[in-house]
Design a protein around this ligand. Sequence first.
Ligand code: AMP
Ligand code: MG
Length: 317
Amino acid sequence: MVTRARYLMGTICELTLPVPDASAADSAFAEISRIEALISTWRSDSELVRINRAPVGEPLEISQESGDLLAHAFDVAEETGGAFNPLVGPLLELWRIREEGSVPSPAALAEALPRTQLSAVRIDEAHTRITRLVDARIEEGAFGKGYALDRALALLRSRGVAAATMNFGGQIATFGSPIDASVSDPRQREAIVVRFTMHDTSLSTSSGSEKHFAIGGREFTHIIDPRTGEAIPPRGSVSVLDVSATDADILSTALFVLGPAEGFEWAERHDVAAMFITGRERLQICMTSTFRRAADDVRILDRTAVLDSGACSAERR
Ligand code: AMP
Ligand code: MG
């Protein structure tokens, strides 16, 4: 086993191959750089930034690849009822999520919300033209790394690589042979709560544990509920397993926004392999039936944790 790492899309990207293959590794990292140049809003020259700066009302020609990806992101956004919303950009800016965080005024939120409606951007049928109908901005934060993982692994497969695992800022994607996976305690990331085996799939976890801030005694995460404009307080974590790393990335964010009660029911209804870890004193772990099928050999390491999938949906009542 050899692991190589690069700093890409603002975070660490690790690639593990069963045997050393420098040329395959270079091509996988180059593929991620290519995606970064396409969709990163952390640089000023990506295609996505060009879209976000296009004159309102004027259709802009875009690459087929960006068009297909964005059309997919908007479709899933509709399915989640806007819990995942690629137009959340103006709200992230108001909450200063990329900086130290701040609480916006109700007036500022009211001004921004119409610019985050999914209808604020139109993509044509062929996915090669995009029009901003108002001053809306697309944000890749909840799907960009997942998409980059999909492309990098597809490239490795097409080169005949037999097995590979990537860890991109915490999201895992793997093919070829089963690997050990773990999900940590959302209250203290060093402690592992659940271990299992995964194969030919991707694991994405959304939580408030990596980035959160406190203002006036209130705590907030870097994830926003686009339906209200509010930053969500820390409330455990959601992990999703999906053969598509893009969808795992999107759905973990969407389910975190929906919360354990509504999110668990949504995931069950849509056959999403999801695991919610909630609770302050005692952890409560809820796995959807699809998650229990997708994850092999599940072990709970926290002895006090309660494993009760009925509890998440019961929280509503
Ligand atoms: P993740 O860590 O995958 O859950 O993605 C969180 C990132 O996605 C944030 O840092 C924001 O850039 C962006 N984001 C936050 N809230 C949302 C949302 N409701 N829908 C889409 N993207 C979001
Ligand atoms: Mg995500």
